[in-house]
Design a protein around this ligand. Sequence first.
Ligand code: ADP
Length: 477
Amino acid sequence: MVSFFRSLRGQLSATIISVLALGLGLLLLMAGTQMARMTLESFTHEQQVTALLLANTFSETMEQPQAEQIMALWSSHRDQWRRELPSDTNLSIFDMSGKLLTSSAAGDVVLTVSLPVLLAGDVVSNRNGERLTTAVPVHNEERGTLGVLQIDSSLAPMRAQLWDRWLALIGVTVATLLLILVITLWLAAQMTRPLAELRGVAEQMSEGRMDARVEIDDSVSELASLGAMFNHMAGRVETMIQEQRDFVANASHELRAPLAAMKLRAEILASNKVSDEQARTYASEINEEISQMAGLVSDLLQLSRAESGVFSPPERPLSVADELALCVRSARLRATARGQQITVEIAAHIPDAFITPSDMAIMVGNLLDNAIKYSPEGGAIRLCADWCDDQLEIVVSDNGIGIPPEDIPRVNERFFRVDRAHTRSVPGSGLGLALVTAVAHQYGGELQMSSSGVPGEGTQARLSLAAGLVQSRVIAG
Ligand code: ADP
């Protein structure tokens, strides 16, 4: 029971029912009070009408013994009046001085209203304890006012009638409240069902069933959009976990291959069955494998740092032109070895930028490295840098083998390599562009690759870094 009231369903139901019960209670009180007032008014009105009718009947003769005779007549015929009057109604007649002439009551009866008021012609009703009294003057057209007629009846029948009405009113209110209770419980259950389902799916996911999803019921739009958002989030979590698994599998694979090659060579070397010349070749191959592994591990570390979300921009800006010249200088050695030309075009108006030099080296170095790797000997590579629309644009283009258009959306993925026979012979792990993209994201930027896929038409890599994190020298100063 306590847990029901602590649940959203319980609290929702309790709130709706309390508010409605309060409203209905107030309504019942107002209607009941009004009903009691109107019942008394109508009872009084009936008694006054009866008194006036009787006064009219008695206006012919009031003196004893005629009055007593009429009274006896009235007493014997009071059954005719019973429908309007309670059975214990008494009728009394007083003369002009207020002296009782005759009465149907058993005991003493006194006039309850002051004579001058009555004789002025008014009808006066009084509540005297549990009895209602009405007095009217008796007029005769020829003889004027003859005396006073007084009726008094018990209020008990009216109270009984009122009590019945109160019971009926309370009964209807309670029945309405019960109906409201049932409807509210049903409504609250309907409204909170998607939340309970959401909790169930979250539980399943926490137990490892990552494909569990909420069934979207659009009866409550907010809950439907919450469900849709939850499913979207669950989908993203599932994809991220899958990506993480693929990443670990790919990384292990990339590390296992050179390790196996190194182990093989190390075993041959250890067996001492090779010539000095061959031993030197194996040692240099092992060294090369180690360098590649070191490169891969360094790429992995840089990637995890760039994707960790922890980033602090440098305090000092760097000269973009100087930093690009450094990147080109280190790439030129490798390009020259392949007989390739690197041409550089850097716009003069590029402001200094708040980019860490090592990040600039990673981004531009990888793009130049790819242009060199995937271009034939004697190929032409171009690096252009410009500042437009508050963005630093760096474009590296080549005239190499190009990328098939269908693979372009995937080249930024970790460990993705275009599956071309001649690409396989090029060293690389498929982490370079993923790293460039991750670092560019830190600076609010992005990397766009474009290529026709036709060998010789090459590839264009466009790096845009948003102005938010690339600040001009003027601002820095
Ligand atoms: P890799 O270490 O294989 O170079 P990257 O992430 O740098 O990894 O690139 C992913 C893939 O995209 C490469 O394997 C290559 O197939 C393709 N690619 C990238 N740059 C170029 C380019 N300039 N010319 C042709 N293909 C490219």
